[in-house]
Write a protein that binds this ligand. Structure first.
Ligand SMILES: *Cc1c(COP(=O)(O)O)cnc(C)c1O
Length: 369
């Protein structure tokens, strides 16, 4: 009997997202007793913003109330901070939810979505889940989005383009001028694609020629800039991020979005965290110092390190990344293998505090001896 498959091909072919190994899981699996260090998910080594946490505690007493469906207070605050209109903002259950919302709102089965090779695994997953065909454009050295090649590869079938800047898992970035040229080229098309510019790591980027894409909204109305509270504000577990775009695009996204997509605790925490200038400054400063120090220390040992503008390093050791990952697990350190990205020789390591990074360096010396 001919039967209809349970799921369509585009679902069956999704490569599942591989999250960083949870601390609890490693403890169970290997019977480790010492302190486990997670350097796998680019979380904030300083913890959560203290002001954000305080606000989250206060908001818990109102857990019986539905959250504000429009996240009014938070939206007003972000709009004022970024000098955009509240109508340009959509808040999401992490930026991952916003990516899903983007593909379901602006894509349809059979359309194409474009990504760079070695870009964030959520992009192809979200595209494929909505039935879009994923077109992957090779990088230029060193593992950097080739925006010129991506611009040249856009066709009328391309409805969405994802650009991570800085990108995960590579830590690389594209200068503001390149981004402007890329969007300028797309503007000349009769029907330009929606460009989702993922700035999850923008707080950490300090290259002189790095620039946020926000000012480009004026010249490219189909631009969507994504930001998150998961990294620099340390609120990963509360699940909250936002996007900035043209009001027309935002109005469509609001129609598709779940009414109460962002919980009250997260809204309160994010609002307060935006005022935590001290925490943000300490986060960025720690990362700036440690990123340079650990990069230098690894290179001094002869290891290749891709120059990073984010809060993690992509490194290449004399042994395959997964082997080094596995050996580090025995020493209670969780890093992130990137073979699922086709980067078998590499390992992604989230930066920690100075003592944590010292522990990592010593463990690497032991493992690679
Ligand atoms: C961590 C990360 C995000 C943030 O995801 P959330 O869903 O907001 O936690 C977005 N994009 C990239 C590339 C990331 O690495």
């Amino acid at each position: 009997m001919a039967s209809r498959p349970l799921v369509q091909d585009h679902i069956a072919q999704i490569q599942p997202y591989v999250p960083g190994k949870p601390i609890e899981e490693l403890r169970r699996e290997r019977n480790l007793t010492g302190e486990i260090l997670k350097m796998a998910s680019n979380e904030n080594p300083l913890g959560a913003s203290p002001l954000g946490l305080e606000a989250a505690h206060r908001a818990l007493s109102e857990a019986h109330l539905y959250p504000d469906a429009r996240a009014w207070a938070l939206v007003q605050r972000i709009a004022a901070e970024l000098h955009v209109a509240p109508e340009q903002l959509v808040v999401g259950n992490g930026s991952d939810e916003l990516m899903d919302l983007l593909v379901r709102t602006f894509g349809a089965p059979g359309d194409e979505g474009m990504i760079s090779a070695y870009s964030f695994a959520s992009y192809p997953i979200n595209l494929q889940a909505a039935g879009l065909k994923v077109v992957t454009v090779p990088t230029r050295a060193p593992l950097t989005h080739d925006l010129a090649a991506m611009g040249a590869a856009v066709t009328p079938k391309t409805r969405l383009v994802f650009v991570g800047n800085p990108n995960n898992p590579t830590g690389t970035y594209n200068p503001g001028a390149e981004l402007a040229a890329f969007l300028g080229r797309l503007s000349d098309l009769p029907d330009p694609p929606v460009v989702a510019l993922d700035e999850a790591y923008f707080e950490y980027a300090d290259a002189p020629d790095y620039a946020s894409g926000l000012p480009l909204l004026a010249s490219y109305p189909r631009l969507v800039v994504l930001r998150t509270f998961s990294k620099a504000y340390g609120l990963a577990s509360l699940r909250i991020g936002y996007l900035v775009t043209h009001p027309e695009l935002a109005s469509y996204l609001h129609r598709v979005r779940k009414t109460f997509n962002v919980n009250r605790i997260a809204q309160a925490a994010a609002l307060a965290a935006l005022d935590d200038h001290d925490f943000l400054r300490r986060t960025v400063e720690l990362n700036r110092v440690e990123r340079a120090r650990v990069t230098e220390a690894l290179r001094a040992r002869g290891h290749e390190v891709i120059p990073s503008q984010a809060n993690f390093l992509l490194c290449r050791f004399p042994r395959p990344g997964r082997e080094v990952f596995d050996a580090l697990l025995n020493l209670g350190i969780i890093t992130r293998p990137v073979d699922n990205y086709g980067l078998q020789p590499y390992l992604r390591i989230s930066l920690g505090t100075a003592p944590q990074n010292d522990r990592l360096l010593a463990a690497l010396d032991q493992v690679l001896r």
